[in-house]
Design a protein around this ligand. Sequence first.
Ligand code: HEM
Length: 480
Amino acid sequence: WQFIYSFRKDRVPLVFHWVPWVGSAVTYGMQPYEFFADCQRKYGDVFAFVLLGKVMTVYLGPKGHEFILNAKLNDVCAEDAYKHLTTPVFGEGVIYDCPNWKLMDQKKFVKGSLTKDSFRSYVPKIRDEVLDYINNDTNFMGGDSKKKTGKTNVLNSQSELTILTASRSLLGDDMRKLLTKKWAKLFSDLDKGFTPLNFIFSHLPLPSYWTRDHAQKTISETYLSLINKRRATNDIGDRDLIDSLMKSSTYKDGSKMTDEEISHLLIGVLMGGQHTSASTSSWFLLHLGEKPELQEELFEEQERVLQGRELTYDDLANMPLHNQVIKETLRMHMPLHSIFRKVTRPLPVPNSKYVVPKGHYVLVSPGFAMTNDAYFPNASDFQPHRWDETVEPVSADAKETIDYGFGKVSKGVSSPYLPFGGGRHRCIGEHFAYCQLGTILNTFVRTFKWKAVVPQPDYTSMVTLPEPHLSTITWERRDN
Ligand code: HEM
């Protein structure tokens, strides 16, 4: 087949592989960026490789970002690439388990509630959750809240902290009493349905499927009961995402989301931010652990801005270094190293003789550009100060930038810096993520000094995580 393919002059170069069907799965799966760099040296920016029976066309660099993220709806489809993975986790009728126009409406419904006013009310809640967790959780204090020093595996702590803070803020105070270890465990069970194995073998009866389905059902029923309680007492305000979806989730064709669909969308939104934010805060804690001088700079920034006050949402915009730490972490560790679409109509590759046939997939990897010296000098160094001048190191063809109050980020999709993707599937959670991560970072810097050694990335799970067994920080309370 490889031989026949190589005779088609309109096909992009195919990466050589020995084992049919498996193709380049092992080299790509273990070290995707090294694999891409190697292919780039041999074939250029555009090439295809076989991944477990699927043909993936990769276009590296900003032109590839444009080609794939801005591809027309009639040409490529995200649903066909992700649905089998996400529907069992989120539930039916939402995100990729519905037509694309419904997803676009759902994103609008959610975005409508992610306002500055809501973030103002979220920051104190997130800070309270972090402090409560730090002081009381066994993962942190080992049951002794008076401890002055200790060791913590940040992959465990940040994963729990992310779900606790997101639930408390986005889902409101009703969630407060539900936020126990049992709740975090349910999300971790749900997570077990979110692995590369599920991506490949969606219909195998794996034991984790039972745990996943049980967690999905329990979480969805809990959200439904919160919705029912509010409906029964006509208690619908402007407090959180649940209120917002209960008030405005009528599609443009006039049909309404059912309460069950709302509960599934809540799961989708929380899961959308779960791995991504947990991995980001794990990475920044580890990097800062290697740079005590940066921790001190962050502490001084807080002292300067807060002058003894508690943190508010508006303070976050006045703490550029905190935001640059997050921005730099996302540059080095974009949680999703690959973004996929299925090709639904023969897709010509611009300025080339190549056409990607229907049924193949296209793969875009902004993370490859973001970790490349060609776009970011000394790309493998963690340097939050590289963003000091807010000079966006965008490629020549990405002119538009947008100021979110956190420094300028590129609006176009032809930027090399796209941690939140681009085009119609662009992330809606960027501002919430900055609010949540900024508050978590603030609270850690305020409470601790810590040390760590940054481990290598582990690419074998769905997001790019630090090597799980080496993700430990050694901390000391500042008020020691
Ligand atoms: C989409 C990254 C946090 C909800 C995306 C995409 C990326 C991304 C790269 C595009 C996926 C694609 O094109 O296939 C991130 C990162 C985050 C983050 C790096 C944090 C550091 C969040 C949060 C939420 C969220 C907190 C929810 C509040 C979504 C949703 C989509 C999305 C709903 C749209 C999916 C689509 O249209 O296909 N995110 N995300 N994300 N994200 Fe995020």
